[in-house]
Design a protein around this ligand. Sequence first.
Ligand code: SF4
Length: 232
Amino acid sequence: MRLITMYKNLGEAKVEFYGCPLGCKYCAHRIREKREVTAEQVSKFVAGYDIKRIFFGGAEPALFKKDLVDIIRVMSKRGKEITLKTTGSDPEFVRATVDYVHHYIIEVKAPLDDVQGMMRLVNLDEERTKEYLANLRACLELLKGRKVRATVRVIPTVIDRDKIERLGRQLHGYVDEVQLIQFMSGMNDLPFEGISKPSPPIEEVEAMGDIMLKYVPMVILQGDGFDSTLRA
Ligand code: SF4
């Protein structure tokens, strides 16, 4: 397995996998250092008696599903609370884990029918972008009724209020939380389309949060020095 990192903090183990089939142009994960570990090393790391919660994320954990599905099943049966973050590009991976994962976090980049907007972000041709979007919709169907958070990176050249409204309608009934992240406000973004500072302004992210709140029970806003939660 290839990892960016794995670490423990306050009863939680976090495992961040390396590599992602989408290859987003703004993604800082792809320039991170990587290291090889065995499935046994990962399993042993998260199995500690002091670990109550496990987060599997990264870039895309599904790339390692051959071993990871088993690890998730075993750890869930041992009573660990598992959160899995994924791009939604692999419905088989989601189907194989759905009875063992407590919370899913799904990256959603643009409205689910916005092929052109999506192609500006990901490193896929049109056919593969459409395939990815179909897979993402399939994952959301599989997870309907479960605890799911969608994370949306608000990149101002791609995401505007109209797209947030459209996305809200599409996510309604499928997710119980949406996290709107101001672009370039953390360590996970590289400059993109001329944007190298946190943007759009946080007031714009707040306005988008109000729009999204019409469709989901909870919206988390995260930006440069800013973190708040809106509830319907
Ligand atoms: S931003 Fe997310 S979906 Fe895009 S390449 Fe990075 S990990 Fe993958």
